[in-house]
Design a protein around this ligand. Sequence first.
Ligand SMILES: [Zn+2]
Length: 338
Amino acid sequence: MLTRAEIQRFPKAELHCHLDGSIRPHTLREIARGQGEMIHANLMELTRKMVISTNAKNLADCLKPFDFVLPYLQTEGALERAAYDVMEQAAQDGVKYIEIRFAPSLSMEKGLTVAQTINAVAHGIAHGEKVYGIDGNLLVCGMRTEQEHEVAKVFAESKNVNSKLVGVDLAGPEPDGFVDKYKAAFPIIVDGETVQLTLHAGECGCAQNIVDAIHAGSKRVGHGIAAAGNEAVEKLMLENKTCIEGCPTSNVQTHAVASHEAYPFQRWMKQGQQLCINTDNRTVSDTTLTEEYFQMAHHCGMTKDQMRQANLNAINNSFATQAVKDKVAKIITEFEAE
Ligand SMILES: [Zn+2]
């Protein structure tokens, strides 16, 4: 079986990673200090506030860590530092390409504009690229807790702000039928070339949300777990080459799947789905991409060839430029290939 060390060394790509859920506790403390605020908690207490409780029972429990972090993410300096922190973690995790997503509307309480939030995150990513020699891009999330016109406004104000913005998403609690409510907002920014669409769908909600997402032009679905075992939806994903941004540990924590053993890794890989594996939230879920793949090896019998395939699925379905896709795919293909 693959070891954690082997998986860590293996060149990986990650498409689904939330900024606010992935800041390391010591970095958050540093961000707070920079704003003249002291977090009066030792590192262990602080970590406990930022990681999902092991006995989280409902969505409110799962959202607590985000509520704790977001008040500190209201300045350009904080967003830039946070994005750099995620890039640093990615590099240490053996990740060669990462897409980091965040919701501008959650970082505007102190007066930042949408454009300022995007440029700040983009600067943090660019800094990380330069220091660590890896590539990164960003996705903007509209929040499903907001009205359609509010999401449309965020998308409109995101347009052409920064070339690192390569995709948009809708995140937050997942009501059935949400795609219809928001789909008029997608063409405001999604052009299918420089900015593409991915949607959280079938995470806790119904499989029909996945069907709706694909019909609305979503190239990828976040989680997609509701499709597992639903042959009609699986067929639709296969025909459309829809990329499944799988997040196993996150799904276990929110009870979307019963356990890592129950994660449909083998089912989807054997179907030839465009499945890739992701952390969702590095800090909130207390995980790394190495750990996610290790869980798949340990509990789902993932082979090295399958790990290579899943990472090729990730980079090939990324929203990066063709040059970056080719570069990273080559690294993944050639790494210790017999
Ligand atoms: Zn997510």
